[in-house]
Design a protein around this ligand. Structure first.
Ligand SMILES: Nc1ncnc2c1ncn2[C@@H]1O[C@H](COP(=O)(O)OP(=O)(O)O)[C@@H](O)[C@H]1O
Ligand SMILES: O=P(O)(O)OC[C@H](O)CO
Length: 492
């Protein structure tokens, strides 16, 4: 019983990571799976492939470590959030492909509800916006589109879940239909203050309550699986961005983490009462542990590391992502190129799905280095937008120190520019597997093999602190220029 198995079911890959008794990741198995794009703006996953890759990775991680079920104290699950599955209670088969969080097919439903003036009420209940990003309108679309689905759902024959619920159902072979509070908080169906499903939102979107999972704490018991060669309890569940918040030990109000993967998701812990945003941030549940709920303000940026992929695969000015920093460093400091990377619209705080990317400040001397610099800086400017909005919403007494993680946080150049443009320190931990660690800690703590919250927080270790090196005047001038560039891109 020396290890904990974390399942990290993400947007592009399924991973299983084994953590040892000292909470170190010791064996990892990972595989990508198929992305389906049936129409422009639609993104689907095959639930059977999500399940088969997840189970295969769990078995592969155990094999790599030469471990068996009896060595595993508990399983923790973390997952891509909002992605929606509806399945048949008897057969366990999904009635349609999963509709992924990136999918825009319900934009018209959202626009119509917004036009009718419903958004303020929806935000007050759920902390979210009327945007296709969230699960609620995806469930409505499925129930409206798949023949007979709504009647079957009303009769209790169909079940809804985000990916965590679907995996729990499969792992427990149909014995447990449950989710955790962080995943529930992303559905548009959950009353984040009362901590239960909102009958009002369910009625509003025509979602029968009979199909909803039981909502539990992140460190609750979610049943047991016997599919890995013996019985293992599932004792931890959190959406991936919340799991990273936990993994970064952001347990005090005012602590903030930002994860730089394909996109970027920043969460600011606001303590035990929800903060309503006047600046188009989301209000969400950061975690619910031992019956205690903490809330967060969240800002979601759609393009972060993806801008580096564009430098590599689109412009072909680098061969590998880790070359982007050196190229940016070689840029002519006299040129001030700005890139607004709105390749798929803009997320927080602008929420403009129709905006497209733009580049400003080009001269005859502009080359690959200046473009790489502007691309990396766009991530810093977008983070500054989120930090500004969060501070306007919630006047923290203490200075906010940002804890960073995700693939792009490996770039020293980007993290330094982030600190410079924020005018604040940026802390990068030694442990980069923060998302999986968050899920593993929840499960291991509940199983009694990992320390309590304070003990866990004490294990957080700094790899490097980036301190601002830019004076306030040039910093503010550059940020003002970014704001003008965004306004111009949105006006075209
Ligand atoms: N050294 C680096 N410099 C800049 N960007 C990087 C670097 N290493 C990885 N990235 C970017 O980070 C992203 C991958 O991060 P990851 O956390 O694995 O993302 P995801 O979980 O969304 O797949 C890619 O978009 C890649 O371009
Ligand atoms: O799977 P990721 O890392 O792309 O994260 C997706 C987010 O949970 C979407 O809200």
């Amino acid at each position: 019983m020396s290890h904990v198995l974390a399942i990290d079911q993400g947007t592009t890959s399924s991973r299983a990571i084994l953590f040892d008794a000292a909470m170190h990741p010791v064996h990892t198995a990972q595989t990508e799976f198929t992305q389906h794009f049936p129409k422009a703006g639609w993104v689907e996953h095959d639930p059977e492939e999500i399940w088969s890759t997840t189970l295969a990775m769990c078995r592969a991680a155990l094999d790599k470590g030469g471990l068996s079920a009896s060595d595993i104290a508990a399983i923790g699950i973390t997952n891509q959030r909002e992605t929606t599955v509806i399945w048949d209670r008897k057969t366990g088969k999904a009635i349609h492909n999963a509709i992924v969080w990136q999918d825009r097919r319900t934009a018209d439903i959202c626009a119509a509800l917004k036009k009718d003036g419903h958004e303020a009420q929806v935000t007050a209940l759920t902390g979210l916006l009327l945007d296709p990003y969230f699960s609620g309108t995806k469930v409505k679309w499925l129930l409206d589109t798949v023949p007979g689905a709504r009647d079957r759902a009303k009769a209790g024959d169909l079940l809804f879940g985000t990916i965590d619920s679907f995996l729990i159902w499969r792992l427990t072979e149909g014995r447990v239909h449950a989710t955790d509070a962080t995943n529930a908080a992303r559905t548009l169906l959950f009353d984040i203050r009362a901590g239960r499903w909102s009958e009002e939102m369910c009625a509003f979107l025509g979602v029968p309550t009979a199909m909803l999972p039981d909502v539990r704490d992140c460190d609750a018991a979610f049943g047991e699986t016997t599919l890995l060669g013996g019985s293992i309890p599932i004792l931890g569940v959190a959406g991936d961005q919340q799991a990273a918040t936990i993994g970064q030990a952001c347990f005090q109000p005012g602590m903030m983490k930002s994860t730089y993967g394909t996109g970027c998701f920043a969460l600011l812990n606001t303590g035990d009462s929800p903060v309503c945003s006047d600046n188009r941030m989301l209000t969400t549940i950061a975690y619910q542990i031992g019956g205690q709920r903490a809330y967060a303000l969240e800002g979601s940026i759609f393009i972060a590391g993806a801008v580096v992929q564009w430098l590599r695969d689109g412009l072909k000015i680098i061969e590998r992502a880790d070359q982007s920093g050196a190229l940016a460093r070689s840029a002519d400091p006299a040129q001030d190129v700005v890139i607004v990377p709105a390749f798929t619209g803009l997320g927080a705080p602008y929420w403009d799905p129709d905006c497209r990317g733009a580049m400003f400040g080009l001269t005859r001397n502009t080359g690959a280095a200046e473009i790489a610099k502007a691309a990396l800086e766009s991530v810093a400017f977008q983070t500054r937008d989120l930090v500004e909005a969060m501070h306007a919403d919630w006047a923290a007494e203490a200075e906010t120190i940002l804890r960073v993680d995700g693939g792009m946080s490996a770039s020293d150049w980007t993290m330094q520019s982030l600190s410079d443009l924020l005018g604040a320190p940026v802390d990068r931990p030694v442990m980069q597997e923060t998302t999986a660690l968050g899920a593993a800690w929840l499960a291991g703590m509940r199983a009694g093999v990992y320390p309590d919250r304070d003990g866990f927080a004490a294990t957080w270790a700094l790899d490097r602190r980036f301190e601002p090196t830019l004076d306030a005047a040039p910093r503010e001038a550059r940020y003002a220029r970014w704001k003008r560039a965004v306004a111009a891109a949105m006006s075209v």
